[in-house]
Design a protein around this ligand. Structure first.
Ligand SMILES: [Zn+2]
Length: 472
């Protein structure tokens, strides 16, 4: 069956047909984190959604090239660097490391490429140069460069493809300098921001003077550099539709590098907002959670992933701690069912059960209808438990189901981690440190290490044979 997805560009469900004439290669770009602080659980809803898209395309046999940028220079980062008086790479590096720890704790597949904005300044300058040459960008006296929406439209470009715009009411985005009165039009946006004293050391040379790129140009330059001027899928949270993604289209198509009848991006997909405890997340309401906050409270990463994946990506979702506790017990029921199946299957080899895989993919082919996919999984768990109770499962039937589940879990990514391999060396080293602390009766330190490992998703179980690490 063909996969159909909702394309924000056409505002309709469309069959997914990759640009690759062989129908095999798929280019996927998802806007990544701005590494100025720990990413919150709302940010991760988007990354888990992108991971689902990527995994499902791979499940269907596509060869996906997944690119996610790291925004490591912007106004907020520069502000923090100035406050804390640390070099920019040192400041952003710590949050990037934290981001990927959280990303991994949620079982997201690492993207194939994670380009950093600061490593692609030359590509951005090159793209801005093309826009200048084509007359759709202009330099201001201070050395800033802006994109001219009017000139772009005069050349046949369409600004307002993802959203219908009312130019009179258009607000100036937060990433545009406050001195926007200097621009030819209020709607124009910055491609290059001239260096100002507040930027400190953060500046690069360019043909227009020292400065730094605007945020939107980063994604246009890096996505086209790594996936080509036209690619299949561009993902992000719905808050990025305007102005970020609209501006990406204008810059990329305004540079004229696409072939005839080719667009910058064929399918745009956007994930909906996340509410936490019924409200918009905010530090003052006490409902602002990072992944590490939740891990430290003892919730396993896979339960967080499961909860984020229970709802269709285009529907807003209310994430609650009660829901998370429920997710954990649902997963343990699933684990229990699987462990019984594995016991019966023993070493029997079997083909994966076709019906289960077929029902599951029919659900996801329908614009990644994950709720329907979970309904298939839980109906199967009920059926399995019924068959287990009446002891009517043969080893071959059990093995066929286990094999089918493995295929399903290649998409869902919530399976018990027993198959995920040994703990990494640094985790083992901390376990040894805990043992050493216990031997010297430093129980405070031993408990602190237990808490630290728990926050990283590893549970220590003390058994008669010594401590054992279990992935939470
Ligand atoms: Zn972006």
């Amino acid at each position: 069956m063909a996969l159909r997805i909702f394309n924000t560009l056409s505002r309709s469900l469309q069959e997914f047909v990759p640009l690759d004439p062989a129908g095999k290669q798929v280019g996927l770009y998802c806007c990544g984190p701005t590494v100025y602080d720990f990413a919150h659980i709302g940010n991760f809803r988007t990354f888990v959604f992108a991971d689902l898209v990527r995994r499902y395309l791979e499940f269907k046999g596509y060869a996906v090239r997944h690119v996610m940028n790291i925004t490591d220079v912007d106004d907020k980062i520069i502000g923090r660097v100035r406050e804390q008086k640390v070099p920019l790479p040192q400041y952003t590096g710590q949050y990037e490391t934290a981001f990927f720890e959280d990303f991994q704790a949620l079982g997201c597949q690492p993207p194939h490429l994670t380009p950093h904005a600061t490593e692609h300044i030359a590509d951005m300058i090159d793209l801005i140069g093309k826009l200048m040459e084509r007359g759709v960008a202009y330099r201001m006296a201070d050395g800033s460069v802006y994109f001219s929406i009017e000139k772009y439209q005069q050349k046949g470009g369409c600004y307002g493809q993802l959203v219908k715009l009312n130019f009179d009411e258009m607000r100036v985005g937060e990433r545009v300098r406050s001195d926007e009165y200097a621009k030819e039009s209020a709607a124009d946006f910055a491609l290059w921001k001239a260096r100002v004293p507040e930027d400190g050391e953060v500046a690069w040379p360019s043909p227009w003077g020292e400065g730094r790129p605007g945020w939107h140009i980063e994604c246009s330059a890096m996505s086209m550099k790594l996936l080509g001027p036209s690619f299949d899928l561009h993902l992000g949270g719905e808050d990025l539709v305007f102005p970020h993604h609209e501006d990406e289209i204008a810059q990329s198509e305004g540079s004229g590098v696409q072939g005839p009848d080719r667009r910058f991006v064929k399918y745009w997909m956007h994930g909906a907002h996340l509410l936490v405890e019924g409200k918009k997340m905010s530090k003052s309401l006490g409902n602002f959670f990072t992944v590490r906050d939740l891990l430290a409270k003892g919730y396993p990463g896979r339960a967080i992933r499961f909860l984020l994946l229970t709802c269709h990506y285009r529907e807003s979702f209310n994430f609650t701690l009660d829901g998370l506790a429920g997710a954990r017990s649902t997963l343990s029921r699933l684990d229990e069912c699987l462990s019984k199946l594995r016991e019966i299957a023993g070493n029997t080899a079997a083909e994966a059960d076709g019906k289960l895989i077929q029902d599951f993919s029919a659900a996801l082919d329908d614009d990644l209808n994950i709720s329907a996919a979970w309904a298939v999984v839980f109906e199967w768990v009920r059926e399995t438990n019924r068959r287990l109770a009446e002891q009517s499962l043969t080893p071959a039937a059990a093995a066929a189901w286990v094999a089918a589940w493995q295929r399903l879990d290649s998409v869902l990514g919530v399976g018990a981690v027993s198959s995920a391999g040994a703990p990494p060396a640094e985790i083992l080293a901390r376990l040894e440190a805990r043992q050493a602390a216990r031997q010297t009766k430093d129980f405070k330190q031993a408990d602190a290490i237990r808490g630290e490992l728990r926050a990283k998703g590893w549970l220590i179980e003390d058994t008669a044979k010594g401590p054992r690490l279990k992935r939470m």
